[in-house]
Design a protein around this ligand. Structure first.
Ligand SMILES: [Zn+2]
Ligand SMILES: [Zn+2]
Length: 267
């Protein structure tokens, strides 16, 4: 009897969980503030519970926050989104989910664009590409390279947004952030990650490249600030900005440092 009771309880929890997640999704589709607020309440509850669908729920909630951001142009919402993205990155790293890590870099690049920080946006695109290349995700690597080129060709638009202080909703449209968020959410299966305690202990002792977050085997570049880069990323950075992302010191001292702003003037 006890077992039956337990079974019922588990079933009920599952039904209840499904009910809430579907309800939140439905409410999110509505454009009424009342419904969006109700959806937000459910997501916040589900986030607290840290279910096995935690990553997906975090992203769904970020998607909702983006809707709110577009409606209100309230920059504080960006801080909240950033908080959840950081949590996603942490989970991705702990579970070695490089797909999630790369895709989150793309969203981070878009968030940086919305805050008009182009240098940060470029770095996230470079990071995503390095992660994809290191893991052999060819299509993803191509996507990042294309995004990098797109940003180059739209640079004058973004610079203009800085001058005119364009509303956040306009910046969101140019960055296409909501489209990317939904694309990511369509890959539900890839969003579920598993972390074992073991992974976490090993993680602490591993030598990890700052950019591609992969284990470093063989050659590594150690900056004076003790930041370490794998050979692949060190070469890529030396050919781009040629500065350490942590301390801004030149990486290849025989080459000039290329700040993006200077590049714009000379180019
Ligand atoms: Zn690397
Ligand atoms: Zn450094």
């Amino acid at each position: 009897k006890q077992l039956e009771h337990l079974n019922n309880q588990v079933d009920n929890e599952w039904v209840n969980f499904n009910y809430r997640i579907n309800k939140a999704l439905l409410l999110k589709k509505s454009s009424r503030i009342k419904n969006l607020t109700a959806a937000a309440e459910i997501y916040k509850e589900l986030i607290e519970e840290k279910t096995q669908f935690h990553n997906e729920i975090l992203l769904e909630y970020c998607d909702l926050l983006l809707i709110e951001l577009g409606m209100t142009n309230d920059a504080e919402i960006l801080d909240e989104i950033q908080l959840y993205l950081n949590e996603l990155i942490e989970t991705a790293e702990r579970s070695k989910s490089f797909w999630l890590l790369a895709e989150t870099c793309l969203i981070q690049a878009k968030v940086s664009l919305i805050t008009l920080d182009l240098t940060k946006a470029r770095r996230f695109l470079i990071q995503g590409q390095q992660i994809a290349e290191k893991q052999g995700y060819k299509q993803t690597a191509v996507k990042f390279a294309e995004e990098y080129e797109d940003l180059k060709s739209q640079e004058h638009l973004w610079e203009n947004f800085k001058v005119t202080n364009a509303p956040i909703s306009e910046r969101m449209k140019l960055a296409k952030i909501s489209e990317y968020m939904r694309q990511m959410l369509r890959n539900r299966a890839k969003l579920t990650t598993q972390i074992t305690e073991d992974d976490f202990t090993i993680h602490k002792e591993r030598k990890i490249c700052l950019v591609c977050r992969g284990d470093i085997k063989g050659y590594m570049y150690v900056c004076d600030c003790d930041t370490i880069y794998c050979e692949h990323c060190a070469r890529a950075l030396a050919n781009l900005e040629n500065v350490c992302w942590v301390c801004d010191a030149p990486m290849d001292k025989t080459k000039p440092v290329k700040h993006y702003e200077e590049e714009e003037i000379s180019g």
